[in-house]
Design a protein around this ligand. Structure first.
Ligand SMILES: Cc1cc2nc3c(=O)[nH]c(=O)nc-3n(C[C@H](O)[C@H](O)[C@H](O)COP(=O)(O)O)c2cc1C
Length: 280
């Protein structure tokens, strides 16, 4: 195969998906001696553009799992703005140690619809954006090493393959097309309804640096008055985790109860799930 460029593309409000995309795209670039480019589509501006790939490209694409699927507000970008032409890809998801449900199968499915040929796939257990005790500190060194050796193995198989057509679609766990979104639960097992919750600001800590407005994945925070969140909030936690003062927080009772439920029930750390490339 005549691959000439590796691209790592990721949506990563709290940074886990970015680390894994860079580990795998970097390892592929090193193994193949090829240049590596990155598309960070975490912010709205990057999602307003279209990116076209050909048969000499290899795309590593990662998203976090939200409610057992791909983040629904980002799905249109994955469907419409990344265009392949028989382009080999490595789709992966990060999930916060509860479950990846149909997140990975949805990404494989959407990649195929968008002209890509997923050759290998993975779901990584990573620190939960709502609850830092879940898969705390992951991806850690061992996860990154596992991701890199998975990528190097993919390159070994690509180097010996005739064309992208030779690859079998990885038989990942999950439904294709995907099933319904996971419904978050409260501690008492009832549905946790916090769709309309928005991040608050502790006035004693906030120094009006504007970081939260700059990192908001929906561009929803008013930079002139960061207490004002006029746009939609997808609860990605970028503002909460990246605020240098620790001034942003959620106080919605159902959100807090869901977080407590996750912390109680999903302590047991999950292994990563990897589908190595195979030829037909
Ligand atoms: C809105 C939202 C929904 C989530 N839903 C799930 C889920 O269904 N299952 C799960 O295991 N983790 C879930 N997570 C955790 C993320 O998948 C995890 O924190 C991931 O590492 C975030 O990636 P990032 O650091 O690249 O932003 C959710 C996180 C958010 C913000």
């Amino acid at each position: 195969m005549n691959i000439k460029r590796v691209t790592g593309a990721y949506f990563s409000p709290t940074g886990n998906t970015e680390k894994l995309a860079k580990a795998m795209a970097g390892a592929l670039g090193d193994a193949a001696g090829l240049p590596v480019e990155y598309i960070d589509f975490t912010l709205p501006d990057a999602r307003s553009r279209e990116y076209v790939f050909g048969r000499e490209d290899l795309l590593v694409i990662g998203l976090p799992v939200y409610a057992g699927r791909l983040p629904n507000k980002i799905l249109p970008f994955v469907q419409e703005n990344l265009k392949g032409d028989g382009t080999l890809s490595l789709p992966f998801v990060c999930y916060g140690n509860r479950a990846f449900d149909d997140g990975l199968s949805e990404l494989v499915y959407e990649q195929k619809n968008a002209g890509f040929r997923p050759a290998a796939a993975a779901a990584f257990a990573t620190q939960h954006a709502f609850a830092a005790t879940l898969a705390h500190g992951r991806p850690d060194e061992a996860d990154l090493e596992e991701a890199k050796s998975f990528a190097r193995e993919l390159w070994r198989i690509i180097a010996g393959a005739e064309s992208a057509n030779a690859f079998a679609t990885p038989g990942v766990d999950g439904n294709m097309p995907p099933g319904p979104y996971y419904k978050p639960k409260r501690m008492d097992g009832e549905p946790a309804v916090f769709l309309k919750a928005k991040p608050l600001v502790d006035p004693d800590k906030c120094v009006n640096c504007g970081t939260c407005a700059r990192v908001c994945s929906m561009g929803s925070i008013d930079p002139a008055d960061v207490t004002n969140v006029p746009g939609i909030c997808i609860k990605c936690q970028a503002c909460v985790t990246r605020c240098p003062q620790g001034a942003r927080y959620f106080d919605h009772p159902d959100f807090l109860s869901h977080k407590a439920m996750l912390e109680k029930n999903y302590k047991q750390e999950k292994p990563n799930s990897i589908w190595t490339a195979s030829l037909k």
